[in-house]
Design a protein around this ligand. Structure first.
Ligand code: NAD
Length: 415
């Protein structure tokens, strides 16, 4: 059967509920997104042709606050993926204890094949189509795979034009000039760095080697901060074209400068650097493996072969359920996505709060608050998993499940 990330989510949810003896009726609602919207997006291409793209916005839960989650532009976007990504957002926001539910959106498109003008028209049409369900108190999109600050600026502008006044709080991850927060671009990677440091310390690894899959926003900033701030040795990094490896450590600033010029790693060369496939990268003998690309990368086959001692999930849903079991049997600790990559949504929350107050913070304050939230959330998840003698993933799900069902009970059922 084809991999279905939403079913994967429901399975882990059932296991977490079972461990704490929760009745099915207490959490059944979490298996049903509150709202699923599918939109058709007719776009005039630069050559005059009309193309119709398919877009989605899913609001999984608003029990703990407005829905929150990114927008993905990728050819594989489909409703089950968006539902899973929305549900993971609900759990992520509950774990880091910020007042949001979860949502996610996406367009089935390869953004690399569109011109900037085509991307702008697509983004504006998508925003217009989902406009009735988004808003600073309703649902707040952000960047994800294939989207960035420019995408958010267009979304914010479109929404504001339709409302007749500037509404910066409708999206997060914007450029600073239009209401973005200092520290937001680096936030997910910074959160990954914090969890990587806590994970390495828990195993007394003083200068571990690290392999990172994905050299986009999350992968590249994680590589930069882990090498620069922690002094760990990043031995491998990849993008969609493949990866590069150097046993004594890659020159990360040089590689990131190369990648930032829209060049692919398959074309990078330097003394001592060899090329590896994405599969080879995932099975290397690095102490720490950080998948920072897409879902379902660490399959059962990879899990059986990987030489990593621990995995920090920077991507959403990178590990399949059967791989998780193999990793647990092999004593490889997995730091789950809904904890590890939460830095982005935490600073999105700070950005939104700054937009609502029209009061902007210093970068040091943003980073200090992020560190505090990540360390507290790590400790909450660790404590819960130790209390129940389960994996950190189940510990994370249980932490979130308790907060979500607690909120649902207090609110009751309408009508
Ligand atoms: P991005 O588009 O900036 O980068 C994605 C990277 O993955 C690119 O380097 C691309 O070349 C690589 N890639 C794509 N397909 C691949 C494949 N088949 N094999 C190997 N590499 C491949 O995206 P991003 O924002 O860095 O997001 C990466 C992951 O992190 C996603 O799972 C996303 O949901 C998650 N995430 C992102 C944020 C955020 O703030 N951007 C926050 C939380 C989680």
């Amino acid at each position: 059967m084809a991999y279905n990330p939403f079913l994967n989510f429901c399975q882990v949810l059932d296991r977490a509920a079972d461990i704490v003896g929760m009745k099915a009726s207490d959490y059944e609602i979490l298996k049903h997104p509150e709202r699923e919207l599918k939109v058709a997006l007719p776009i005039r291409m630069d050559d005059g042709r009309l193309e119709v793209f398919e877009g989605y916005r899913v609001q999984h839960s608003s029990q703990r606050g407005p829905c929150k989650g990114g927008v993905r532009y990728h050819p594989d976007v489909n409703i089950d993926e968006v539902k899973a990504l929305a549900a993971w957002m609900t759990f992520k926001c509950a774990i880091v204890n910020i007042p949001y539910g979860g949502g996610k959106g996406g367009i089935k498109v390869d953004p690399a094949k569109l011109s900037t003008a085509e991307l702008e028209r697509l983004t504006r049409r998508y925003t217009a189509q989902i406009l009735p369900v988004i808003g600073p108190q309703q649902d707040i999109p952000a960047p994800d795979v294939g989207t960035n600050a420019q995408t958010m600026d267009w979304m914010m502008d479109t929404y504001s034009m339709m409302k007749g006044h500037a509404v910066p709080g409708v999206v997060t991850g914007k450029h600073i000039e239009v209401g973005g927060s200092l520290g937001r671009t680096e936030a997910t990677g910074r959160g990954i760095m914090i969890i990587t440091r806590l994970a390495a310390e828990s195993r007394q690894l003083s200068r571990p080697t690290v392999a990172i899959q994905g050299a986009g926003n999350v992968g590249s900033i994680s590589a930069k901060l882990i090498s620069e701030k922690l002094g760990y040795t990043v031995v491998a990094l990849s993008d969609v074209s493949g990866g590069v490896y150097c046993e004594s450590g890659l020159n990360i600033p040089e590689i990131l400068a190369f990648v930032s010029k829209k060049q692919f790693l398959k074309d990078y060369s330097a003394p001592g650097v060899t090329h590896v496939s994405n599969e080879q990268l995932l099975t290397l003998n690095a102490d720490i493996l950080i998948p920072a690309a897409l879902e379902n990368q660490i399959t059962a086959d990879i899990a059986a072969k990987t030489g990593a001692k621990m995995i920090i999930e920077a991507a959403n849903g990178p590990t399949s359920a059967d791989a998780d079991e193999i990793l647990a049997r092999r004593g490889i600790t997995v730091y789950p996505d809904i904890l590890s990559n939460a830095g982005g949504v935490v600073v999105s929350y700070f950005e939104w709060a700054q937009n609502l107050q029209s009061l902007y913070w210093e970068e040091d304050d943003v980073n200090r608050m992020l560190e505090k939230v990540m360390v507290r959330s790590y400790n909450d998840v660790k404590k819960t998993s130790e209390e129940h003698g389960v994996s950190l993933r189940l510990g994370a799900y249980i932490t979130a499940l308790k907060r979500l069902t607690g909120a649902a009970k207090l609110r009751g059922i309408f009508p």
